[in-house]
Design a protein around this ligand. Structure first.
Ligand SMILES: [Zn+2]
Length: 287
């Protein structure tokens, strides 16, 4: 499932294709994804010129010169493909697809000049919305988000203030998009391990120095992932499904049974289900 770094990688991959481009036409191959498409969706897109691509948490923001912004959420398996001349170019791949890709091409946007941008989503948990650009922060999906983890409003003090009085486990608090926006299961597991904090600690018990450590590790893990995604963009013509993922660099995620990578720890990475999701951690250095 794409988290903030993967969405940022898609944004960077799409920017050179989309920014300044005019949408010639849009074709919808079904009436909905997770939600129905906006009313007269194709008509509202056609003829619009796309401005600088933005991102808020896991949402891609495509401002249009019509005054509306196209908001795209990739859900669990959303991918964006670009066809220029020649074969398809993959801009985002976050799952191992089965079957023919074309069966899951739900939205096809044709740009002036003939390039096509295709939204493909096997599981259809993604969605698209149009919202007034001058009130994007009031969009119901954006308005409920907490601070951007790499933004100026997220620091040890603001995190501590947000966790104050909360009995919920630290991991659950970090997955709550109101605490910090854009983190999912993978990067929360990674950040907690790097900060040597137990995922089960009551959120309210986090001490100031631990909050500082956690914020630093969240910054680092996201920055490294974005960098890894950026380097994968340079050869994103490979349809091997690896683009934007940081998989090879995960320290604990999906590594149950392996030796803990913390120097001199000697523990073993474990997997336990927590609130219905897999938590990967080391019981020794995250005690
Ligand atoms: Zn360890």
């Amino acid at each position: 499932m794409p988290e903030l770094p993967e969405v940022e990688t898609v944004r960077r991959g799409l920017a050179p294709v989309l920014e300044g481009a005019r949408i010639e036409s849009a074709r919808l191959n079904r009436p909905d994804l997770r939600f129905p498409f906006p009313e007269r969706f194709a008509e509202r897109l056609a003829g619009a010129t796309i401005g600088p691509l933005g991102r808020r948490a896991k949402y891609l923001l495509l401002p249009l010169d019509t005054g509306e912004t196209l908001i795209i959420h990739l859900g669990m398996s959303g991918r964006v493909l670009v066809e220029q001349s020649g074969p398809r170019t993959l801009v985002g791949e976050f799952h191992h697809s089965t079957g023919r890709l074309e069966a899951h091409d739900h939205v096809v946007i044709t740009l002036g000049g003939g390039a096509r941008v295709i939204y493909n989503d096997v599981r259809r948990f993604g969605f698209m919305r149009l919202s007034p650009s001058d009130a994007i922060e009031a969009d119901p999906f954006i308005a409920e988000l907490g601070p951007e983890p790499l933004g100026n409003l997220f620091d040890a003090e603001s995190l501590a203030a947000s966790l104050k009085g909360r009995n919920t486990p630290l991991k659950s608090a970090l997955l709550d998009q109101k605490t910090v926006a854009g983190l999912g299961n993978i990067y929360v597991c990674e950040a907690l391990h790097r900060a040597h904090l137990s995922p089960w600690r009551p959120a309210k018990d986090l001490k100031p120095d631990e909050a500082q450590r956690l914020v630093s590790e969240i910054h680092l893990v996201l920055e490294e992932a974005i960098e890894a995604g950026g380097s994968s963009l340079r050869d994103f013509r490979h349809e091997d499904g690896s683009l934007g993922y940081f998989q090879h660099a995960f320290r604990v995620y999906d590594r149950a049974g392996e030796v803990c990578p913390t120097p001199e720890c000697g523990g073993t990475i474990e997997r336990k289900v927590q609130s219905g999701r897999s938590t990967f951690f080391c019981g020794r250095c995250q005690a």
